[in-house]
Design a binder for this molecule. Structure first.
Ligand code: F6R
Length: 617
């Protein structure tokens, strides 16, 4: 959701904070703002729209004295309470103008707090929930508390999950930051005589690789000399320093026009990294460094949990784990799991799949599962994220930073992780000899995958032509069967997100139970019809669409001229082992969505209303 950056140190802080916000803009881009503490005063600049709109307002800010201390914080907003206006943009400042706050999260009891404050004569300058935080802190400071204690006292009164950073003109050497619940991370980067605060690691990687993560219910005082953190119960908090190897250049667009396109094209490399060192190509043995599976340690049941693209990846994972390891799998949305009194059988595991590792719904579901006695595992891309930290074991996607708001390489790498897990689980089951041998052979198939992905990326020059023909359409259908049915859902999600074209994904066999009524000569229907166990069933679905004059765009196995003769357009993917097909069939759907969106003039990296890490419920 919102992105936060803070800086305390001797370098000019405004460019550092603006640069960090630019890297975090994927978290929210409705409006942005900055607060600079200098000469005993707080100056604020805010603007509606993309970060670029803020830049002209920064000229008037004094960024601390040369050689002196610079204390700056900034925010990029994804609106929850209050419209997208300058008055609702962060930072919010108290009545005295001497305390400012930036916030990510939702103050669930803000109406009550606001009414109390209004009774005491506080006039509100915005419609946000955030503003109550700064007025409460100011009130505690007026009562004689320092900023740290006032922040503690305020947090104790807030309901919901929050991440905040606060500055005070009368304590000009520090930022105070805090985190409660799963409203998104607060990471603190350590430098030589300087420190950085960010909601996400890429925001500060350019400056430091040494990062600590605040846990829930912790408040930290950040100065140029270092960091001191306490829990809300007053106990001192200690943190492991994580050392990051991520290259900040990986978070740049390079020669690509958009991050989404770059990230689609990174998939062969990302999948190579995902597999590297995990499969012994001689024996087929699989080793997952952070989720070791001893013989006999496989759970009896697994629940896969995710949101959006990660939930669709989990649906593919169900086919993989049930098919390869013969362990029953349920799939649930993070937002649903915790509200339906889930049953957790003995010896079961819940596996949260999350690119960001910060999605509030997924984290809450993992929490719920643990409370009910389940083992908790995760598949995460963001190293050091909350999902990783709360898990008993995790598998890294190794996709590298995913900056485009629309998830692409995280989908395919998380499928590969689940494939690896399925093989490792099968090998860890002493009771299924035949399946163990099959799993070793399937694991060896992974060696071919990066090359196949490279071919799928290179094979098809027709996307621009399809975009030219279809960019005015307002509806698309996506059909798949078996393991490719979740890919149809994902293809439809990609198109909706980036092009704002309405799209529905369906298991193809369900068409006849209703959606077939939608088909006419205006309806493009994307059919995933590769040669696998349900190929013939899919071909008959294609026939049914054609019989109703629908326009079929088929994702087909290279060389399938018989299918090509039946359909209107073909996008080829190379022939692959059946269980690896989703990795290949997802790629044309990502590229199709991308090219349609570009043709429609959409902002593909920052689609309207979306944010990369959804850290609120
Ligand atoms: C879709 C997309 C979202 C995310 C979802 C979960 O392109 O990006 O649907 O997949 O918000 O995010 P993570 O995987 O970070 O938990």
């Amino acid at each position: 959701m919102c992105g936060i950056i803070g800086y305390v140190g001797s370098r000019p802080g405004v460019p550092i904070v603006v640069g960090g916000l630019r890297r975090l803009e994927y978290r929210g881009y409705d409006s942005s703002g900055l607060a600079v503490l200098t000469g005993g005063c707080i100056q604020v600049a805010r603007a509606v729209g993309k970060l670029a709109n803020l830049e002209p307002h920064l000229d008037g800010l004094e960024d601390g004295p040369d050689g002196g201390l610079h204390v700056v914080m900034g925010h990029t907003r994804w609106a929850t309470h209050g419209g997208v206006t300058e008055r609702n943009a962060h930072p919010h400042v108290g009545r005295s103008g001497r305390i400012a706050v930036v916030h990510n999260g939702i103050v669930e009891n803000f109406l009550t707090l606001r009414a109390d404050l209004a009774t005491d004569g506080v006039a509100f300058a915005s419609d946000t929930d955030t503003e109550v935080i700064v007025h409460l802190i100011e009130r505690y400071v007026d009562d004689g508390m320092d900023l740290e204690r006032a922040t503690h006292a305020t947090l104790a009164r807030l309901h919901g999950s929050q991440a905040i950073v606060v500055m005070r003109a009368d304590e000009p050497d520090r930022l105070v930051c805090a985190r409660i619940g799963n409203a998104g991370g607060v990471c603190i980067g350590l430098g030589q005589g300087e420190a950085f605060v960010a909601s996400d690691v890429p925001g500060i990687l350019e400056y430091t690789r040494e990062i600590i993560f605040l846990e829930s219910a912790e408040v930290a005082v950040v100065t140029a000399a270092g960091v001191r953190a306490r829990r809300l119960d007053g106990a001192e908090a200690h943190h492991r320093v994580h050392r990051f190897a991520w290259d900040p250049v990986a978070a740049e667009k390079g020669e690509y026009r958009h991050f989404m396109l770059k990230e689609i094209h990174e998939q062969a490399r990302a999948i190579t990294d995902t597999i590297r060192g995990r499969v012994d190509l001689e024996t087929g043995d699989v080793s997952l460094e952070d989720l070791p599976l001893e013989p006999g340690s496989a759970p009896d049941r697994i629940t896969l949990i995710g949101c959006g693209t990660s939930a669709y990846s989990a649906l593919v994972g169900k086919f993989l784990i049930e098919g390869i390891a013969r362990i029953p799998v349920e799939v649930d949305y993070g937002s649903e799991y915790r509200y339906r009194q889930p049953l957790v059988a003995p010896n079961s595991a819940v596996l949260g799949i999350t690119q960001s590792g910060e999605t509030a719904d997924t984290l809450a579901a993992m929490d719920e599962a643990r409370k009910r006695g389940s083992r908790v595992w995760s598949i995460v891309n963001a190293i050091g994220s909350q999902a990783q930290r709360v898990s008993d074991g995790h598998i890294a996607m190794r996709a590298g930073p995913e900056i485009g708001v629309c998830s692409t390489k995280a989908f395919t790498t998380s499928i590969v992780d689940q494939y690896l897990l399925a093989c490792a689980l099968a090998i860890a089951r002493p009771d299924i000899q035949g399946s163990r041998d099959a799993a070793r052979s399937l694991a060896r198939d992974l060696a071919r995958l990066p090359n196949l992905v490279g071919r799928a990326l290179d094979a098809n020059p027709i996307y621009e032509e399809l975009a030219r023909r279809f960019h005015h359409r307002e509806h698309f259908l996506y059909l798949g069967r078996g393991i490719n049915y979740p890919v149809a859902l994902e293809g439809a999600l990609k198109l909706k997100e980036v092009s704002y074209i309405h799209a529905e994904g369906y298991p193809a066999g369900e068409m006849k139970h209703g959606p077939i009524a939608l088909i006419d000569e205006e309806m493009p229907v994307v059919c995933i019809c590769v040669r696998d166990g349900v190929y013939e069933k899919m071909v008959s679905q294609v026939e049914q669409v054609k019989a109703r004059n629908g326009i079929v765009i088929a994702i087909a196995t290279e060389g399938d001229t018989a299918l090509a003769a039946k359909v209107d357009h073909v996008i080829w993917v190379p022939e692959a082992p059946a269980m690896l097909n989703p990795v290949l069939t997802a790629i044309p759907l990502q590229l199709l969505a991308y090219h349609l969106a570009v043709r429609r003039g959409c902002d593909v990296d920052q689609p309207r209303n979306l944010a990369k890490s959804v850290t609120v419920e």
